[in-house]
Design a protein around this ligand. Sequence first.
Ligand SMILES: NC(=O)c1ccc[n+]([C@@H]2O[C@H](COP(=O)([O-])OP(=O)(O)OC[C@H]3O[C@@H](n4cnc5c(N)ncnc54)[C@H](O)[C@@H]3O)[C@@H](O)[C@H]2O)c1
Length: 310
Amino acid sequence: MRILITGGAGCLGSNLIEHWLPQGHEIFVIDNFATGKREVVPKVQGLTVREGSIAEESVVNECFAAFKPEIVVHSAAAYKDPENWFEDTRTNITGSIHVAKAAKAIGVTRLINFQTALCYGRPQKLPIPASHPTAPFTSYGITKTAGEQFMLLSGVPTLTLRIANVTGPRLAIGPIPTFYKRLKAGQNCFCSDTARDFLDMSDFLAFMDLAIKADAPVGTFNIASGEAYSIKEIFDLVAEYLGLGHIDVPIVPPAADDVAVVSLDASDTLRAFGWQAKVSFADTIRRQLQWYDQYGISDVYSHLKAPTAK
Ligand SMILES: NC(=O)c1ccc[n+]([C@@H]2O[C@H](COP(=O)([O-])OP(=O)(O)OC[C@H]3O[C@@H](n4cnc5c(N)ncnc54)[C@H](O)[C@@H]3O)[C@@H](O)[C@H]2O)c1
């Protein structure tokens, strides 16, 4: 199949490329390398890379007209600076509109959009069902939610996925790389008093194989394990993995722009796709740490502001 991936040089996009190229799919990437890395989208057969921003309508239209994708995976997103509302708006709203309009114009059969669980805001219910109202309150969450709604409005068959914290090759965001890097360097850590839902990359990729099938459902689905684990549990697993034994660590209240507990109910996804997460939490974290041992760790980003220890 001809698959266009926006943000293909990012974590999820590049893992999809590594998974799908050997299956014989032809892939076209649009990426401005804001957070993605050039070296993960090398010149190889079956892969075309266009450096550019989806915020530029002409770039998006040229790429769609040249490649004529059957499927679009919309993975590009801006989140690096929580204060940069204009960049988040340009990429996550205007960029998403350009992608949706171009997909409509050339008759793309399926648009797959990646959405953050921050779209649910502070949940009224756990695990959060996909029917839960959206109530984002950060620049990233607000703009991603508007972008998602435009995709659903576009008239292109759209599958939008509210995704848990996916771990895997090149993950450079969140508590796992942060604890690994700091503990290895002998630095102090603190744990935010929050809990998250973690999904191993192999489970995510298994879902994406189902998602690109011609007869796969469209609509809004959660992609997650459905279970929340605390940041402290991750800290303990990382300390144990590094052979540091038990370490007392300060637990700080969630930051003002943080959500205490996120877990996503993926039971609709099981019913519609026959998919559920298989890798356990402990194995998910261990696999990630083994990957850092083998390949090292790059810059660590967070789209939340650092909480202040009280
Ligand atoms: N990784 C996760 O656990 C997770 C969870 C929920 C949702 N998501 C969503 O999945 C998508 C991918 O996330 P990721 O973790 O791979 O992030 P990432 O930062 O690694 O990838 C995003 C990519 O988009 C590119 N990009 C940013 N602005 C762009 C623009 N204007 N034009 C073209 N490219 C642009 C970046 O350079 C990067 O390569 C995002 O939409 C994110 O909101 C990810």
